[in-house]
Design a protein around this ligand. Sequence first.
Ligand code: GDP
Ligand code: IMO
Ligand code: MG
Length: 421
Amino acid sequence: MIDVLLGLQWGDEGKGKIVDYLAKDYDIIARFQGGPNAGHTLYVKDKKVVLHTIPSGVFHDDIINVIGNGVVIDPITLKKELETINSHGVDPVSKILVSDRAHIILPTHRALDKANEIAKGKNKIGSTLKGIGPTYMDKTGRNGIRVGDVHKDDFVERYNRLKEKHSKLLSQMGFDEDLATYEEGFFEAVEVLKTLKVIKAEYYLNKAIDAGKKVLAEGAQGMMLDIDFGTYPFVTSSNTISAGLCNGLGVPPTKVGKVFGITKAYCTRVGGGPFPTELFDETGEKLRKLGSEFGATTGRPRRCGWLDLVALNYSCMINGVTDLIITKTDIMDEFETIKVATSYIVDGGETQEFPFEYQPEECEPVYEEHAGWEGNLSECKTIADLPKNFVAYQKSIESYLDVKVSFVSNGVGREQLIQLG
Ligand code: GDP
Ligand code: IMO
Ligand code: MG
């Protein structure tokens, strides 16, 4: 069986930490979409590590980490990550396998990402500028270069052909940055990529599952950034939902077991796009400060707001969540009242369905208030320690979503997690 773990909001729900914790129960961890736009934080012996492309099981002994066909790889970022892993005494070559079908982010993809954002002006997406959109565009446009291509004799020729195409586009867009600065280190990084073991990951994973091995698929971004069901066009360019694992790894839905969905106890979003429960006041500032809400990839301040149960319910439906995980509950310790949106006013009527237009002007959240909890959740170790008001809050979320909470995360550390079911 393959289980999947994914973010139910706009990313940064704590996927890295939870995968790192759950990894002990799995043989293989596999990333199925996204690329270096992701920043997954975990702690290795109290040292913070942020992973972008490499699955979050890499610091465990005896776990294989697969970068699947649905992922887009920037060799330059990957090289840096491999150096970080090495500095922690982990040999990446024995632990990481890469699909021959994963697409490569070229330096000019990053330049195009920037040029596209500049052209959008005030309507810009707020992309991480890692070249994600242009690389997926070349994939669907049937122009892309894949990991399996880097070993071929005509790799440089193909690279130059695509680069030429991009250069023309960039000059049409009036982009006049020196492309050589983007290209710096690319070919050196490709040589490092070549040292990793490249496999037919779909065969590897299906055979492993059939042989009884346990696989965990690690999502990147979050459901609300999904290209189909997210807040389009303010989304990323891949399918971040649970179904994405089937085409991002080549594993059929009949082999999927549990779907772990992660939500923070509040909402954050980084980049542009609608966010009706966003707080612009001191409460939002308090969430950002207490939650250290600054992007793990770009360092940008994350926008903060109250939990949106309508969006979360939509997310649970699309993903088929079987196990809910609530993170950052400790951040709410300081709040006397905690609000959650339970419906929206759209076109003068109340609805619990996620609307086509999610703009705050067209979708006004209706809130339910919960009393804050007595005592510090961050100090709880077992279910018995959980404050009464927290349990009431948790139960009301479970009842709204009709999904059980499996884990409550109450701190950054791997073990700061309380298993409920
Ligand atoms: P990811 O992209 O989903 O892996 O999440 P990020 O790593 O981008 O952001 C999550 C941040 O929250 C990281 O800094 C984590 O160390 C931190 N974090 C995760 N879970 C908890 C938690 O339960 N409590 C607190 N205080 N921080 C957490
Ligand atoms: P993890 O895996 C939060 C956001 C960007 C932007 C939009 C499109 O760490 O949760 P892109 O670079 O993909 O073209 O950006 O998506 N975004 C993320 N936000 N966490 C992420 O990943 C994100 N990856 C992309 O901020 O709004
Ligand atoms: Mg992140």
